[in-house]
Design a binder for this molecule. Structure first.
Ligand SMILES: CCCCC/C=C\C/C=C\C/C=C\C/C=C\CCCC(=O)SCCNC(=O)CCNC(=O)[C@H](O)C(C)(C)COP(=O)(O)OP(=O)(O)OC[C@H]1O[C@@H](n2cnc3c(N)ncnc32)[C@H](O)[C@@H]1OP(=O)(O)O
Length: 211
């Protein structure tokens, strides 16, 4: 894993604004009902804009890194990356009592079953949140297994709460449980996962895994 110093903060801030606009574009695309002439005109403008962005390309995606304020971030991450239009982005909090949580609102672009969120999308969110919970416990790792139980359809367009906590440790293995629930606590999706700390990972300030 690469840990690099942050650079080009003004450019990154502008990129985050661009990524948010791209999200709004995606939201507009799935709900627009303008006629085909207008769709073709907008598409032509987007082709031109895409070419402008491609004019200068990075050799790799935005890295895992420490921001100037000392916090760890991954601006290109598919779930939490402010600079990645694919990300909600999920804003993860780490409450003082432990674990990880996030308030979130899925959108029509996340639809799977009619009027509800795709199960793969909720699995993605829970994978990340469980991963954050094990990292919060000082045991960052990659997902070995992820088991999901879909209890109720997850609505989009209204608030839900995701939460997770590490539950057990054994060598380089850490287990975590999590849920996506309505604000009143009604569980919609439950997850349990096993995360494994690769041999090569040793993060500054992280507790050493018990080996
Ligand atoms: C996404 C990167 C994040 C970077 C994190 C950095 C800092 C953290 C800070 C904040 C992060 C916050 C949240 C985000 C974090 C994560 C969320 C998303 C995570 C992902 O989305 S990540 C992508 C999906 N993930 C993969 O792409 C894994 C591919 N895979 C491998 O990279 C290797 O396969 C590895 C490393 C798993 C093991 O390889 P290895 O050589 O180190 O270990 P080895 O095989 O020796 O196994 C040792 C013991 O684990 C058991 N074991 C192994 N694999 C198992 C499995 N799958 N299921 C059950 N048990 C398993 C063995 O049975 C043995 O058990 P025993 O010791 O009892 O015999």
């Amino acid at each position: 894993m690469t840990i690099e110093l942050a650079s080009g903060e003004a450019q990154l801030a502008a990129l985050a604004v661009l990524a948010q606009q791209a999200r709004e574009l995606m939201d507009a695309v799935v709900l627009t009902d303008v006629d085909e002439t207008e769709i073709e005109a907008v598409t032509a403008e987007l082709v031109a804009l895409t070419e402008r962005l491609r004019a200068v390309r990075r050799e790799s995606t935005l890295p895992h890194e420490f921001a100037p304020d000392g916090t760890f971030r991954h601006l290109g991450n598919a779930v939490v990356g402010a600079c990645n239009p694919h990300a909600l982005p999920l804003e993860v909090e780490r409450p003082p009592e432990g674990g990880s949580r996030a308030d979130l609102n899925f959108r029509p672009i996340h639809e799977g079953p009619p009027g509800a969120v795709h199960g793969g999308v909720t699995a993605l969110i829970l994978d990340h949140l469980l991963g954050d919970a094990v990292a919060a416990a000082g045991r960052p790792g990659v997902t070995g297994t992820l088991t999901i139980r879909y209890k109720r359809l997850v609505p989009y367009g209204r608030p839900v709460v995701a939460s997770a906590e590490a539950t057990r440790v054994e060598g380089r293995k850490t287990w975590a449980d999590g849920t996506i629930a309505l604000p009143d606590g009604t569980p919609l999706v439950e997850a349990t996962g096993l995360f494994i700390t690769p041999e090569t990972w040793r993060l500054p300030n992280a507790d050493e895994p018990d080996e």
